[in-house]
Design a protein around this ligand. Structure first.
Ligand code: ZN
Length: 151
């Protein structure tokens, strides 16, 4: 396994629309494994493949409830609204308030190619929406209010 370099705002890959994964190859498994290791190394909550320079629809998330791996994820249900602070490993030193759906259901493929569904609320719902935005080339700063510097 390896830790990837996390690309920062200004890198064009963060603004690309990521491509669907057509087939789960050993390279996709390696990408998932290395992204998880990179996420834990950086002590983040979520990481999307464009953040490691790979414009593919792959996301890893761990909000403290175990690792979630998502291939070709889609939000299939959104409910309610919630506004809270967010940051991003690709936008160091900034946080801001973003309005998101309060509860979402995500459909994706797992590493075996099986369909999985996750329901998330609070931090997990926010994380799903933040990471899936990365797959569209959207960063939280595009949507945030009250952007403030943190050390
Ligand atoms: Zn992010």
């Amino acid at each position: 396994m390896a830790i990837y370099r996390i690309v920062k705002i200004g890198d064009p890959v963060l603004r690309e629309k990521a491509r669907p994964v057509p087939e789960i190859t050993p390279n996709v498994i390696k990408l998932l494994d290395n992204m998880a290791q990179t996420l834990y190394d950086a002590q983040g909550l979520g990481l999307a493949a464009p953040q490691v320079g790979v414009a593919k629809r792959v996301v890893v998330i761990d909000v403290g409830e175990g690792l979630i791996e998502l291939i070709n994820p889609e939000i299939i249900r959104k409910e309610g609204l919630d506004t809270d602070f967010e940051g991003c490993l690709s936008v160091p030193g900034l946080r801001g308030e973003v309005q998101r759906a309060a509860r979402v259901t995500v459909k994706a493929l797992n590493r075996k190619g099986g369909e999985v569904k996750y329901e998330g609320e609070e931090m997990l719902a926010r994380c799903f929406q933040h990471e899936l935005d990365h797959l569209e080339g959207i960063l939280f700063v595009d949507k945030a209010q009250n952007l403030t510097k943190i050390k």
